[in-house]
Design a protein around this ligand. Sequence first.
Ligand SMILES: Nc1ncnc2c1ncn2[C@@H]1O[C@H](COP(=O)(O)OP(=O)(O)OP(=O)(O)O)[C@@H](O)[C@H]1O
Ligand SMILES: CC(C)(CO)[C@@H](O)C(=O)NCCC(=O)O
Ligand SMILES: [Mn+2]
Length: 866
Amino acid sequence: MAPTGNNSMHRSSSRPQLDLSKAEIQGNVEEKYPTILLPNQSHDLSHLALDIGGSLVKLVYFSRHQDQSTNDKRMSNVKNRLGFPNGNRRSYPILGGRLHFVKFETSKINECLDFIYSKQLQCAGGESHYSDVADGNAIIKATGGGAFKFANLFKERLGLSLEKEDEMGCLVAGANFLLKAIRHEAFTHMEGQKEFVQMEPNDMFPYLLVNIGSGVSMIKVDGDGKFERISGTNVGGGTYWGLGRLLTKCESFDELLELSQKGDNRNTDMLVGDIYGGMDYSKIGLSASTIASSFGKATSEKKGLEDYRPEDISLSLLRMISYNIAQISYLNALRFGLKRIFFGGFFIRGHAYTMDAISFAIHFWSNGAAQAMFLRHEGFLGALGAFMSYEKHGLDDLMVHQLVERFPMGAPYTGGKIHGPLLRDLNEKISWMEKFLQKGTEITAPVPMAPPGTTGLGGFEVPLSKGCTLRSDASALNVGVLHLVPTLEVFPLLADPKTYEPNTVDLSEHSELEYWFKILSEHLPDLVDKAVASEGGTDDAKRRGDAFARAFSAHLARLMEEPAAYGKLGLAKLLEMREECLREFHFFDAYISIKQRENEASLAVLPDLLMELDSLDEETRLLTLIEGVLAANIFDWGSRACVDLYHKGTIIEIYRMSRNKMQRPWRVDDFDAFKKRMLGTGDEKPPPHRRALLFVDNSGADIVLGMLPLARELLRRGTEVVLVANSLPALNDVTAMELPDIVAEAAKRCDILRRAAESGGLLVDAMTNTLDSSKENLSSVPLMVVENGCGSPCIDLRQVSSELADAAKDADLIILEGMGRALHTNLNAQFQCDALKLAMVKNQRLAEKLIKGNIYDCICKYEPAS
Ligand SMILES: Nc1ncnc2c1ncn2[C@@H]1O[C@H](COP(=O)(O)OP(=O)(O)OP(=O)(O)O)[C@@H](O)[C@H]1O
Ligand SMILES: CC(C)(CO)[C@@H](O)C(=O)NCCC(=O)O
Ligand SMILES: [Mn+2]
């Protein structure tokens, strides 16, 4: 999903510009990191907050979206027309922007200072403190012990004062925010299986929060700001890393964790079987393979450290510490009757085995009564909480539907160790990716390897999740950039937003996932060609095209290995990711020339089509119009089969051929019910719909020869029509920016469309001269265009533009057209008003699966208001 407006397609590069005017160095010019004053820098550039722990520094910062859409004529017309109510809006603006998550090792705090400096984050410590910035005395929120320990360093190097926030309070604030506002934040992890859990904001409390950092804190959370640190343990992440380093000579935490994946703890741990001569101690429920004593075998007098494999040592240590923390957690949960236990902190590091070990132990000790849950933003709770403590961020009011998470490529800092230079611009990103992605191993993930099986109650056997190479790039953290888009809303006509699921196809089924990955991979070379051509085919475009292909393939490979890496995966997300990835590499509209060509060709034949339609009686015309929409939906550059077809004829030939083949009954055919609602039966004439929302799909024939004639029919019958189109380009879909021009062209050829477009404010400088129009005829129901808030071929109706949400309030008919919006998503969506779903199925597998039919079968699904 994307924010709305004029410039929004340039969003990917939308870091606000620094205002460098009157910049001057403050203090000693000889210093290594002299502070530069930017007195004219706008104060709301960003917020920054830190959690400086014993092991890692976590940084959360906010960057604003570029100012959007001020002089967009279409927008202001729509606003006039629909008179956007302000009643239920917040009374103060919250900033649209992005939240970034970055971490560093505390022992290398200079890297963190460099990062802040190079991003100029110290120049904007937060609105409420702006007045201080000019004095070189910006204040930023910080928590963790380092907020005390390093206060002077921040002051000296960056002129930043750290305002200290209570560490436990921050952890709780961060966790509460994530659980409420981020979809797919919390998950369980058992025997290698990740399952997302959605918390009900009304039913979240109480819970136990266990933060495993260097040390471990256990906090009972009863509400927002209501908590008590009930316990802790000094055996934590620092213990694993510290002891592990001494015993194995590993040089990094990740190396130690990787070693554990090849370990066998039977060589170091003393098992029940070792003590009981290979037998279980079944009377107390302990199997022979239960660890009786961690490192108990290392007591052997005959052996020294060199006789044990570092792999085995690492594994024993990891299990010892994970089990120990889990056991103490469980006992504390028991003490206060808490059923839900969330684990955070970077000890977890998204590592499958660690999570399995903790889950297993919680399950074991509680006899299945308590459940361990993990958080995707595991280590960032404190930093987020510190961020939340700014007064005017507006974040605490944000809701799930206003946050969109994206996973851009190449943020080398987030791994904790630095893999490359700070990426300042696209060029540097591409260079870095060219090098980084050559090392194929680094795009692998910790994934379960062992076949499914049971660990078996009665002992701590080996949890199943092992892993291969640990990912050291940003995505290892399974944390993206959070886009805050305050204008997004839940589509108000959904029958039940709570149970609404946009995706029709479930990608958690592996064969389904494989199939779509194959489709997307095969489509990639063609897409790259188009994208490069759309940017003039220059060397720069080719290089970007190459980088895009690498990046998107890497995403695909990553998801193939760990489908839940970026949250719950659906086809809509996958298709959107492709579009976002294009934008990330500055391809703003790959299909632009194809779209223009097809629009022109279709507009040229529109008058003939309208004439043909007008010669038909009402009933035949309605059928022909629906046939026309279905037939024209064949022009879809997202479908392989259709692209092949285009080489076989002109647009109008294909359109006619396609329409001639429309034999009823269609595979799903509710046309008669729809006709009855529109035309009635016998003498009984039902009133026309008040307002119809037409969710349009492709450019060219699809919009011009399919949807516009249908819109015209509705207008003629007295129904207001709102064309709902994408905010940003996706494949050859028509966008809300392009539609007014297309409508204007069509209006030159049709009186009904012209009057409606004028009435809807779409024709601003009315072309009164182009056609003879009598002024008295001018009043007409309006034709309008609104953007849907998204930049994907699919639509998740939980996150639409406020413009669309407003337009929906008076609507009593929804028409969803095309595979992306009516099939891949929303085929099963229920609405509060009449809904018509129209699509041609241009994919054999989908046809078989969804409608037990064949490629090119049609769907005309009509569901009256429930
Ligand atoms: N790259 C890394 N370097 C060091 N430790 C890491 C790394 N990645 C994960 N860890 C683990 O994460 C732990 C630190 O987690 P976290 O950042 O949540 O705690 P902290 O805030 O530094 O510690 P505390 O809250 O106790 O002061 C380390 O002790 C180690 O076990
Ligand atoms: C000291 C803190 C709070 C610093 O984050 C943390 O490392 C911790 O909770 N340690 C455990 C101390 C204890 O309760 O035994
Ligand atoms: Mn900490």
